[in-house]
Design a protein around this ligand. Structure first.
Ligand code: PLP
Length: 371
């Protein structure tokens, strides 16, 4: 629930609505080299490592910035110039990883599937069998552009079978869907504060197998996005290399407490799944169609086909819902005209019922029918 009527509830892929208590943790200044902040950083690193079940062999390295900064740091540090990464793409975020690899001049090969098609372990198996020069595989857990959930366990099993290393973007699922970096197995994942962890934006993390990170010195061609150097500084001093987002980290520490109180990954995942089911059922009853079949849908964000009725325009629909207190999101798939409604953030059943009522009012006001 948004705190004030002027502040809409953010039903988006992030940043999402956070609790008042999380925002209030930012009313404090921290010295970046002060022992309290060093302890806070350590605490958050430990909590995230625990959530990813990475305590055994992985380490957690924070990076300033949004999730994309973390992806760039992960790719740039863990894939040396001489190696080659296979990037599995079935949406905008997989395409972003390919763009990063291209910009950073890393050898890469892209396998593209339709945006309605989950990643296919058989295709991956064949690709790895024919190209022994591929050292890494990169993929996205939930394609937030469409809302599709990829079968990362199967992708991980095939990658491991061929002895290659897996790099995952779990930015839009971490904290709501289970992840076990050890048993997947997986070399590194990138996560971000402002999605299912319900923190504020400005900080991202890589959870990396320590052995791989230790062998990555000198790979990064970026100074600030060098995971190895960032990690070494934390190991040696507990401190950040460059100015940390102190308030953002403090807010995340509190958001993680709320996550724990809600029942951790299980509790949060259940609330989002419930939001998602009520949303889809309600929208279908109003006549809207989802972009994906339900079996491929992640409980994170739902893409709906935009009505083809000329009385519907997205900007007017958006403004109407915005005035009723709900901020939704434009579509991002390339093959259909869609809009998206998020299930994540501090949103509860009554909020989803509220947005459904507002959509019903919009249909009356503008006189469009979905379909
Ligand atoms: C949000 C998101 C990102 C990161 O996007 P930013 O705009 O950099 O925060 C990356 N991958 C996925 C799947 C996402 O949902």
């Amino acid at each position: 629930m948004a705190d004030t009527p002027e502040e809409p509830l953010l039903l988006t892929p992030g940043p999402i609505t956070t609790s008042r208590a999380t925002k209030e943790r930012m009313l404090h200044d921290w010295g970046s080299r002060d022992r309290d902040f060093i302890a806070l950083t350590r605490h958050v690193q430990g909590r995230l490592l625990h959530l990813a079940r990475g305590e055994e062999n992985h380490v957690c390295v924070p990076i300033q910035g949004s999730g994309t900064f973390g992806l760039e740091a992960m790719l740039g540090t863990l894939v040396p110039q001489k190696d080659k990464v296979l990037i599995l793409v079935n949406g905008a975020y997989g395409a972003r990883i390919a763009e990063i690899a291209k910009r950073m001049n890393r050898n890469h090969h892209v396998i593209s599937l339709a945006e309605t098609c989950p990643l296919d372990p058989v295709i991956l198996d064949e690709a790895l069998a024919v190209d022994p020069t591929i050292t890494h595989v990169a993929a996205v857990h939930c394609e937030t552009g469409s809302g599709l959930l990829n079968p990362i366990d199967k992708v991980a099993a095939v990658t491991a079978k061929h002895g290659r290393r897996l790099l995952l973007d779990v930015i839009s699922t971490f904290g709501a869907l289970p992840l076990d970096v050890a048993s997947l197995p997986c070399d590194a994942v990138t996560i971000s504060a402002n999605k299912c962890l319900e923190g504020v934006p400005g900080i991202t993390f890589a959870i990396v197998r320590e052995e791989s990170l230790a062998a990555s010195q000198g790979n990064a061609t970026s100074l600030s996005l060098d995971l190895f150097e960032q990690w070494r500084m934390f190991e040696e001093t507990g401190q950040w290399r460059f100015t940390p987002p102190t308030q953002v980290l403090a807010a995340l520490a509190h958001a993680l407490e709320e996550h724990d109180i809600e029942g951790g990954i299980k509790g949060r995942g259940e609330r989002y799944r419930n939001n998602c089911q009520i949303l889809i059922k309600g929208m279908q009853e109003l006549g809207f169609q989802t972009f994906l079949p339900f079996k491929f849908q992640a409980p994170i964000i739902v893409a709906f086909h935009s009505p083809s009725d000329p009385n519907f325009t997205f900007p007017a629909f958006y403004d109407f819902l915005r005035d009723k207190g709900y901020a939704i999101y434009p579509g991002k798939v390339t093959t259909a005209d869609t809009f998206r409604i998020g299930c994540i953030g501090k949103a509860y059943e009554k909020d989803i019922l509220g947005v459904l009522a507002a959509v019903r009012d919009a249909m009356k006001k503008f006189g469009f029918t979905p379909g």
